[in-house]
Design a protein around this ligand. Structure first.
Ligand SMILES: NC(=O)c1ccc[n+]([C@@H]2O[C@H](COP(=O)([O-])OP(=O)(O)OC[C@H]3O[C@@H](n4cnc5c(N)ncnc54)[C@H](O)[C@@H]3O)[C@@H](O)[C@H]2O)c1
Length: 483
């Protein structure tokens, strides 16, 4: 399989290169080897991308929603047909095990294209009768949207931003994370093979400065970022200074609350999915696991047992269920938190070290007896560290769960469904789970409250964030003017 991308950028329906841009190495996290390179976009590349997006958007918006939707559905089918190849590429880009990428990345991207393609033909306005007169509303595209991606789900993020944008008749210029530049190029290639007109979906490579340049360009009407809270604050501020629309999908430190009456196996399963899938590099992870005292020891014992069965190894081997961190940098950040947990007095139940092998592998790590003030309970780690905190009663755990600047997700495990709904109702979070964790079907809105973000991806909600409403008052009689 060829890993080196055909060229760094995909603009106006074709691969484009400009080697004058700074070189960005593509590193395979499982070995640390350089497997390819791209060049950051030069001003000339940015110019081409934005001009072609402006031109392409007009052609795309002039098509009917159903025509756009048909092309998007075709792209979704093509992604499913090429799922194996795209999943292998996602594994090379991120290091995530093929066992995961083959079911959660390109497939999730295809879901988004299929779902929003299906909605594209029904994006209608309202008719508002006012006696003889009436108002009608039209849902219009915003224009040129910029998507800026994080490195944990490169294919999915490229599609989650692209699909609603395209359904509404916008064009997109997508900047992947510099850590994972490969997958979005494939998404662009497939969209164009499926029939998306040239210029409608472009991918350009670069670091944060390129993201900032795009956010500040007057030709850009909307910015959708998936990234950390500090980056989100910068991007939101820059977009605000130009009065641009934004979607901010940012970080979290989400609570997962396990009551005494919960089914232990399910609670452990939820905690594993909410902490160790993708080696813990998931924004919505429930990394503060509040466990009621009566179930604590049973929970910890079963958790350690089940973690012991994780297959850590070559991510391309289908048996592997736990892969490396995305980069050496991220591995070192997480190692720092492992040390911090021990230093601040948390009890290390398992893990806590780097694995002695090539690549950026860490052990799945659990700390118990974590208290609210500890660094590992306050800061987003974005790695395989679970913090287990004790609690006694419902009101106490709700107050402690909400005592954070973040508000992305929250989960509750309990056999008492009334309690499940009651507790979830009081938690400050955008994407919540009862007796489950980290499900992200395209039909459900996804996004955070407080510092975790603004706007929602997926579901019909996303349409509101990629379109604007025009209202038209129609007078049927004469106009009465005072003079
Ligand atoms: N809520 C979500 O949906 C979601 C999903 C995945 C990841 N995340 C968050 O992403 C973070 C991890 O990803 P990361 O390390 O790539 O995040 P990051 O904030 O470092 O970078 C995200 C993207 O922003 C770009 N960028 C950096 N500075 C910029 C600037 N000043 N202007 C414009 N763009 C800029 C980067 O090049 C990258 O493409 C975590 O905090 C995680 O929680 C959130």
């Amino acid at each position: 399989m060829q890993l080196q991308p055909t060229a760094s950028h995909f603009i106006n329906g074709a691969y484009v290169e400009d080697t004058a841009g700074a070189q960005i190495d593509i590193i395979y996290p499982a070995t640390g080897a350089v497997i390819g390179k791209v060049h950051a976009a030069t001003p000339a590349i940015v110019e081409q991308a934005l001009e072609s997006a402006k031109a392409g958007q007009k052609i795309w918006a002039a098509m009917t929603g159903r025509e756009r939707g048909r092309i998007m559905s075709r792209a979704a089918a093509m992604i499913m047909e090429r799922n194996h190849e795209l999943s292998v590429l996602e594994t090379y880009d991120t290091g995530k095990p093929y066992q995961e990428t083959s079911v959660a990345d390109a497939t999730s991207g295809a879901d988004a294209l299929e779902y929003f393609g299906g909605l594209a033909g029904s994006l209608t306005g309202e008719h508002i009768p006012l006696g003889e007169d009436w108002v009608y509303t039209v849902r219009e595209p915003l224009g040129v949207c910029v998507g800026i991606g994080a490195w944990n789900y490169p294919t999915q993020i490229a599609c989650w931003k692209g699909a609603p944008a395209l359904a509404c008749g916008n064009a997109m210029v997508f900047k992947p994370s510099e850590t994972t530049p490969m997958c979005a190029l494939k998404v662009a290639e497939i969209l164009h093979e499926a029939g998306v007109p040239a210029g409608v979906y472009n991918v350009i490579q670069g670091m944060g400065d390129l993201g900032a340049a795009l956010v500040n360009d007057p030709r850009v009407d909307k910015v959708s970022l998936t990234g950390s809270v500090p980056t989100g604050k910068k991007v939101y501020a820059a977009a605000a200074s130009h009065m641009k629309h934004v979607t901010m999908e940012l970080g979290g430190k989400s609570p997962l609350i396990i009551f005494d009456d919960a089914d232990v196996e399910n609670a452990v399963g939820g905690a594993i999915l909410g902490n160790f899938y993708s080696s813990g590099q998931i924004c919505s992870n429930g990394t503060r696991v509040f466990v009621q005292k009566g179930i604590k020891e049973k929970f910890l014992a079963r958790l350690a047992e089940r973690l012991g069965t994780a297959v850590i190894g070559d991510p391309l081997d289908e048996a592997t269920s736990f892969g490396p961190m995305v980069s050496e940098r991220q591995m070192n950040i997480v190692l720092g938190y492992m040390d911090k947990g021990v230093e601040e007095g948390a009890r290390l139940v398992c893990g806590g070290k780097r694995l002695a092998r090539d690549g950026f592998y860490l052990e799945p790590t659990v700390f118990a007896d974590v208290t609210d003030e500890m660094t590992i309970a306050r800061e987003e780690i974005f790695g395989p560290i679970m913090s287990v905190l004790d609690f006694e009663d419902e009101d106490e755990v709700i107050a402690r769960a909400n005592d954070t600047e973040f508000g992305l997700s929250a989960g509750v495990f309990t056999a008492d469904l009334s309690r499940g709904h009651r507790v979830i109702g009081k938690l400050d979070a955008g994407s919540c789970f009862i007796n489950s964790y980290n499900d992200a079907p395209v039909e459900a809105p996804f996004g955070g409250v407080k510092a975790s973000g603004v706007g929602r991806e997926n579901s019909k909600e996303a349409i509101k964030h990629y379109s604007q409403v025009k209202s038209v008052y129609v007078r049927m009689g004469d106009v009465e003017a005072p003079y």
